[in-house]
Design a protein around this ligand. Structure first.
Ligand SMILES: [Zn+2]
Length: 346
């Protein structure tokens, strides 16, 4: 499996004290080198994104505002997303990373890389996200005539409000997300009843899970909704993305995922039907867990077993008790009820 990386990606950095630091990416690369993990790390492929690639997703007004704020090096994109020096170039670099990962996936069948700024939408940014690299890469693949149908599987703990908005009225891009109940966490949307609009009705799939949901809840959500829908959509290209923020030790979320559970997510992506597949990594705000979490996802995605004992890293895992399972089941049944209007779900 090729893992696409450029050291310049570490310029995507909100500064000390902020949970999103640029050194997370080189730290992961050193980690897998130290462990002699069998991934082939390669640089970016092809040109950086052009203005056309960006305006296929974002409004010109928003892009110009982003660039202006970056040059002034002053202000905020949203409350949690401050402007930093050379932010514009850093955002373009993240897009180049995802574009390259998709390009390699289209050549090799599958590839992994860094990216997944899913909170950035047509005319706004926030939640540490500036330019929606997932959407730019998806639109690029379509505009180049490489693929027609694309499924995005968002397994980050947070809902991808930006990505959902961008493709809300589109039936060629299926957006599927498992995330923490939006009444309990940023960005406050991603309800099951948000299914898309117009031509795109039925092509947005939201599965909110209650705080405390872990591997068992995820497995139910995946087997009962995600797998049947993505497999029946049968996309040319699947772009999956997320990170270690659903892990129970992550400070920004209240889900109870485990390292084994993250490995399963990677494995599910490996198993889903699609001609080409890309896995993008971005989230994870507990430095003790992040590298292990990313590694678990990548090993699952590469159809390899775990290369370490999770017990040595995360210790005892919290119990996903009957009460949590019951609440997850209610949420999953609710989503199934809504989605069975569009998809065959048993
Ligand atoms: Zn997240």
């Amino acid at each position: 499996m090729k893992l696409i990386y450029s050291p310049f990606i570490s310029s995507y950095d909100f500064g000390s004290g902020h949970p999103f630091r640029g050194d997370r990416f080189p730290s992961f690369i050193s980690f897998i080198f130290r462990r002699r993990e069998p991934f082939e790390v390669i640089g970016y492929l092809g040109d950086p994104p052009k203005l056309d690639d960006l305006t296929a997703v974002h409004s010109l007004k928003y892009l110009e505002e982003l660039k202006r704020k970056s040059y002034m090096n002053y202000g905020m994109i949203s409350l949690d997303t401050p402007v930093f020096k050379d932010m514009w170039e850093a955002a373009l670099n993240l897009v180049h990373s995802s574009l390259s990962t998709v390009r390699v996936a289209l050549k090799d069948g599958s590839a992994a890389g860094f990216g997944g700024a899913h909170h950035a939408s047509i005319g706004y940014g926030g939640g540490f996200c500036l330019i929606n690299d997932i959407a730019v890469a998806a639109r690029w693949a379509q505009r180049e005539g490489k693929v027609e149908s694309i499924a995005i599987f968002d397994h980050d703990a947070h809902h991808g409000n930006g990505t959902m908005d961008i493709f809300y009225e589109d039936d060629t891009v299926l957006y599927v997300s498992i995330h923490q109940d939006p009444t309990t966490i940023y960005p406050g949307v991603g309800f099951a009843r948000q299914v898309g609009k117009g031509k795109g009705e039925g092509f947005t799939v939201n599965i909110p899970l209650p705080p405390g949901a872990g591997p068992m809840s995820y497995s139910m959500a995946f087997e009962e909704i995600v797998r049947p829908i993505i497999d029946s959509f049968n996309p040319d290209l699947l772009i999956a993305h997320g990170g270690s923020d659903p892990h129970f030790l992550d400070p920004l979320t209240q889900l109870y995922q485990t390292l084994n559970g993250l490995w399963s997510i990677g494995k599910w992506v490996f198993e889903l039907k699609a001609k080409f597949k890309a896995e993008l990594l971005i989230s994870g705000y507990n430095p003790k867990i992040r590298n292990w979490g990313w590694l678990s996802i990548l090993r699952g995605f590469s159809n390899m077993k775990m290369s370490y004992n999770p017990l040595d890293v995360e210790g005892e895992v919290p119990l996903e008790d009957g009460n949590i399972i019951r609440r997850s089941k209610l949420a999953i049944d609710d989503a199934k009820g809504i989605l069975s209007k569009y998809w065959k779900l048993s």
